[in-house]
Each structure stands twice: as C-alpha cells, then as structure tokens.
Write a protein that binds this ligand. Structure first.
Ligand code: NI
Length: 226
C-alpha cells in the first residue's frame, strides 16, 4: 500500500468491539517493529484512523477493533471539540493534538500527586459516561508508525486520552477507574453535567474528584492514594 492518504469512507471502517469481549481484557501483544513498514500494518493504521474519525472519537486502541496489539491512534482538535464552549475547552485543557500513533508505549506520570477529574467515555462502553481521575501530565516512550522512537510529554486532555488508550493496551477500561456514583447516561450528562464543573456533579451525586478511586490498586498508573 502506498502513502496516499485515503479520505474517510465507511468502507474503511472497522467494527468496534464492545465491553464483555475478552480481547478488551487481555494485555495486548507488543508489535514487532519491523512489521510497521508492511502494507498490512499501514492499512490497519489507516483503517483505525478512519474508524476513530467517523465514530467519532479522540482515540482508538487496536484491542477495540479486535486485535491484541500494542497500537493506538489519537487525535483531538476543532472537529472533536465543536460541542464545547471556549470556557469548557479551556478548563479541560484541550489543545490541538495532531494525528498520533503510539506503538508499544510505556508511560509514567510527571507528578504522582497531580490528578484531575472529568467525565470521559469509551467507544467500547456504549451509552455511559463517568468521572475518572487522570494524571495531568504523563511522559510516554513509544514508537511511531514508522518505527521511530517517541519520547514525549502529554498534558491536559491529551494526557487523559493517552492514559485511556494505554489502559486499553493493558486490558483495562475506564470503568476500572471510574467514580461509580458519577456514571451517567449520555442524555443525563448532556442535560445536567456537561456544562457544569465536575465538582458540581460530585456534590450532587456523591463522589470524590481530583484523586484516584480507592478500588483500583492493580492500576500501574494509580500507584498511590491521596
Ligand atoms: Ni476507550
């Protein structure tokens, strides 16, 4: 396959695996770096990009398309945040994240105690959204789609996306970290909480913010309790 960039089309999309499928609970296999140059891997990455863009989503991990591989795609920008006001975007620290591929990533928080809570959702967990505390910034070491080393700090919303996608590669879902009392249908989220500070939802529903949940000690990134 050539480098030609295909415009998104339904024919290029992949089915997104839904929770309950064991592939989402498996630690994904590392990608053999030499395969990144093959037409098959390039085509897969293009298909994952199209699938993410049309879903729409800001990240997609290979296990979500049924492949147990340590490969994820990410992207954020005006099309993805069109539903947010400038203030809502600012408080979420959403900045443009050009299309990014992470292969075999490892991740460390920049500061162990710097947590920030927002509602997030997952294409593999339909109809629900919930509050998850994530590190505000993480350092990621990985390979890119060409097999070149990536060593990069992601912060704000991009750090949230990265943590969510790396979780997928470790067999974890946001449900493992969610404040369960925050869980909301998409309709209730839109009408009640989307435009309000997370703390308002926390006060009304009875959950904690800006600290990791008390019940996910298996999470390598949630190593400490505050
Ligand atoms: Ni997800």
């Amino acid at each position: 396959m050539t480098e030609a960039i295909a415009l998104p089309g339904e024919q290029d999309t992949l089915a997104i695996v839904q929770c309950g499928d064991p592939v989402l609970r498996r630690v994904a296999d590392p990608v053999e770096p030499s395969t990144l140059q093959t037409p098959q891997l390039r085509h897969l990455i293009a298909q994952m990009r199209t699938t993410m863009e049309l879903a729409p989503g800001v990240g997609l991990a290979a296990p979500q398309v049924g492949l147990s591989l340590q490969l994820a795609v990410l992207q954020d920008g005006p099309p993805q945040w069109a539903h947010l006001s400038d203030d809502e975007r600012a408080v979420r620290e959403r900045e443009e994240l050009p299309f990014t591929v992470l292969v075999n990533p490892t991740m460390q928080p920049i500061e162990d105690d710097d947590w920030i809570s927002f509602y997030e959702g997952c294409l593999s967990v339909p109809c629900l959204t919930g509050v998850v505390a994530r590190h505000r910034a993480v350092r990621v070491e990985a390979l890119d789609q060409d097999g070149r080393p990536v060593d990069r700090v992601f912060s704000g919303w991009a750090a949230r996306i990265v943590q969510h996608e790396v979780d997928h590669l470790r067999g974890r879902l946001y449900l493992d970290h969610v404040e369960t009392r925050s869980l909301s249908t998409l309709d209730n989220y839109a009408s009640r909480w989307a435009a309000r500070p997370t703390r308002t939802a926390a006060g009304s529903l009875g959950f904690a913010v800006d600290q990791p949940t008390m019940r996910d000690p298996s999470s390598s990134i949630s190593r400490r309790r505050s």
